[in-house]
Design a protein around this ligand. Structure first.
Ligand code: ZN
Length: 244
């Protein structure tokens, strides 16, 4: 069975559609595993929820999903993110709000724990350093953990001496998920921050144990035009073309 690992779609419909087409093109998957932040920042929150719900999928909640429905305080966000959250909450239908409100903070699938931020703090903690990743291995029991939130594709691997190694996830190079415990971030679909503006996602093949990262070109300008039309913050519009 193959699964697509999707994180931080952030209401970027053009990027999301490009990724879904790419998955189809690669033979499809059994299920989509969404790691939160379906909405926030981007111009098409309702459309992204609607499309995701058409697929067989599981999803956890991200900080922006909860911010948009008033479950976390907007004072916890930076001003641009808070503005976009407020705008998003005005777009959502009752069904959208109910869907986001029912997303769990943590999910389990076989060898995987799924959280948005980190196992220790599922909603807010960013895992970007070896130190923060290392302490988090004691906060989940499965062999692997999938995270989003930082928008940076990366693997943290726990070594035999319990130290932590950082393995960059590069485009289309398969990574066998072996016996060592790992925390994996497939990068962001809707707002990549590793300097590569292409949408980022991964496919995990449960039979071979191989996880493969993919980067997908999409029409960044189309998303930017839509954001301008909806009067979203300029900084959020500009950053998409730099992937930062
Ligand atoms: Zn995010």
């Amino acid at each position: 069975m193959r699964y697509a690992l999707l994180a931080d779609i952030h209401a970027n419909l053009t990027a999301f559609n490009a990724v879904l087409n790419d998955i189809e093109h690669r033979g499809g998957v059994e299920e989509l595993w969404c790691l939160g932040d379906i909405v926030g920042y981007g111009p098409s929150p309702c459309e992204c929820i609607e499309i995701l719900r058409k697929y067989k999928h599981i999803s956890i909640a991200g900080n922006h999903d909860l911010g948009a429905i008033g479950k976390v305080a907007l004072s916890d966000f930076n001003p641009d993110a808070a503005y976009a959250c407020r705008w998003t909450s005005q777009q959502l239908s009752t069904a959208d709000i109910e869907y986001l409100g029912n997303l769990p903070n943590t999910l389990y699938r076989g060898d995987f724990t799924l959280v948005h931020g980190s196992p220790r703090e599922p909603i807010w903690q960013y895992l970007i350093s070896k130190g923060s990743a290392q302490e988090n291995f004691s906060y989940f029991e499965t062999r692997y953990c999938l995270v989003g939130h930082s928008h940076i594709p990366i693997i943290f691997r726990q070594e035999e001496d319990a130290s932590c190694n950082l393995i960059p996830l590069s485009y289309s190079i398969g990574q066998v998920l072996g016996k060592r415990r790992m925390i994996v971030n497939p990068g962001s679909i809707g707002q990549p921050r590793d300097g590569d503006p292409r949408a980022s996602y991964a496919i995990y093949d449960g039979d071979s144990g191989v996880l493969r990262l993919y980067r997908v070109d999409y029409d960044v300008g189309a998303t930017q035009t839509e954001m301008t039309r909806k009067n979203l913050p300029v900084k959020l519009i500009v950053r998409l073309e730099h992937g930062l």
